[in-house]
Design a protein around this ligand. Structure first.
Ligand SMILES: NC(=O)c1ccc[n+]([C@@H]2O[C@H](COP(=O)([O-])OP(=O)(O)OC[C@H]3O[C@@H](n4cnc5c(N)ncnc54)[C@H](O)[C@@H]3O)[C@@H](O)[C@H]2O)c1
Ligand SMILES: O=P(O)(O)OC[C@H](O)CO
Length: 332
């Protein structure tokens, strides 16, 4: 790989991912939406708002001009919120290099269309699906920024392209595995955010480890049910992009989704929780899209249904628990 890598989005994950790429030997240009963020990265190697303790390697630069970042990039990493991706990419698509690899870091499902992020990329950038690579796994940005050992999955229908990205992000602290199950990896990443909301709600309600293990296990079961209905490989859900990310996110106080759920579990409204938390908690919007996707495919996702009711219909979490626990009993 010769050209530089563009990272579009200078939030927590975009910034930490830029560090990984640079530590793996790549030249990186980050696009930041806000000029002061671009300036802090360019002049001081810092992104104080998102990862204040991180000193970025010298190979990382930043710009407020996305076209400048994209020009000449053979790999373009997309690290914006799931619900803004379509609009953002529509502005950037005509500037992509002809064979550029598009890497999706997003973990969400689009509202309204119920599309996965790779589907949004294929549609908006008008590229073949085998040019889109999905990176998903238990990857809490602050831990990775601190150089703590972590692993991830690099998924693409073209394993050659997945391998190219795998090489571009392999460092002594970051270990990527390839996979050709794009659907499974994307669903694992998107649904775990919804289950982490439920986990946070349960934690704030004072429930202990039996309840939380139930949510993780049954959450994984409903994720896999939807995944299989959409054509995913069930084994993917036992891997890093499935169980790994679900356990990592639910158990971490660093998770924005779990933290958001804790606010709801303390009885706050959606608006109060939004005021109290700043960064992107993808599950809050994606729970609606995932619920719609599941209904369209006649898949039961009871935890997702209840999270949606608590988030968007103002249902008391205690009633959501009662609804979950009074469902008809059945074989596991
Ligand atoms: N943070 C993590 O640990 C982590 C790890 C793995 C995956 N992800 C996923 O990566 C994606 C990005 O998350 P993040 O953690 O970097 O989020 P973040 O909230 O830290 O940052 C989001 C970035 O998007 C920008 N942004 C906000 N609105 C925008 C808009 N309308 N147009 C363009 N840019 C906009 C913000 O300025 C910010 O730079 C999410 O889908 C998330 O689920 C995050
Ligand atoms: O902070 P969260 O809840 O968005 O989770 C971050 C990552 O997705 C963990 O893998």
């Amino acid at each position: 790989m010769s050209g530089h890598v563009a990272v579009l989005g200078a939030g927590s994950w975009g910034t930490a991912f830029a560090k990984i790429l640079a530590d793996a030997g790549r030249e990186v240009a980050i696009w930041a939406r806000r000029p002061p963020v671009a300036e802090a990265i360019r002049l001081r190697g810092r992104n104080p708002e998102y990862l204040p303790d991180l000193r970025l390697p010298h190979r990382v630069t930043a710009t407020g001009d996305a076209v400048e970042a994209i020009s000449g990039a053979e790999v373009v990493v997309l690290a914006v919120p799931s619900q803004t991706l379509r609009g953002n990419l529509a502005e950037w698509a005509s500037h992509l290099e002809p064979d550029a690899t598009l890497v999706s870091l997003m973990k969400g499902i689009e509202l309204g269309t119920t599309k996965r992020m790779s589907e949004v990329i294929v549609e908006t950038a008008k590229v073949a699906a085998d040019r889109v690579v999905v990176v998903s796994g238990p990857n809490l940005a602050p831990e990775i920024a601190a150089g703590q050992p972590a692993a991830t999955v690099v998924a693409c229908t073209d394993i050659g392209r997945a391998t190219l990205v795998q090489r571009a992000v392999t460092t002594p602290y970051f270990r990527p595995y390839t996979n050709d199950d794009v659907i499974g990896c994307e669903l694992g990443g998107a649904v775990k955010n919804v289950i982490a909301l439920a986990y946070g709600i349960a934690t704030a309600m004072g429930f202990g480890d039996n309840t939380r293990a139930m949510l993780i296990t049954r959450g994984l079961a409903e994720t896999a049910r939807l995944g299989v209905a959409l054509g995913a490989d069930p084994l993917t859900f036992a891997g890093l992009a499935g169980m790994g990310d679900l356990v990592g996110t639910c158990s971490s106080p660093l998770s924005r989704n779990r933290t958001f759920g804790e606010h709801l579990g303390r009885g706050e409204t959606l608006e109060q929780a939004q005021v109290a938390t700043r960064q992107t908690a993808e599950g809050v919007k994606s729970c609606l899209a995932i619920r719609d996707l599941a209904r369209a495919h006649r898949v039961e996702m009871p935890i997702t249904e209840q999270v949606e009711r608590v988030c968007h219909e103002g249902v008391d979490p205690r009633l959501a628990v009662r609804a979950l626990m009074s469902r008809t009993t059945k074989p596991e």
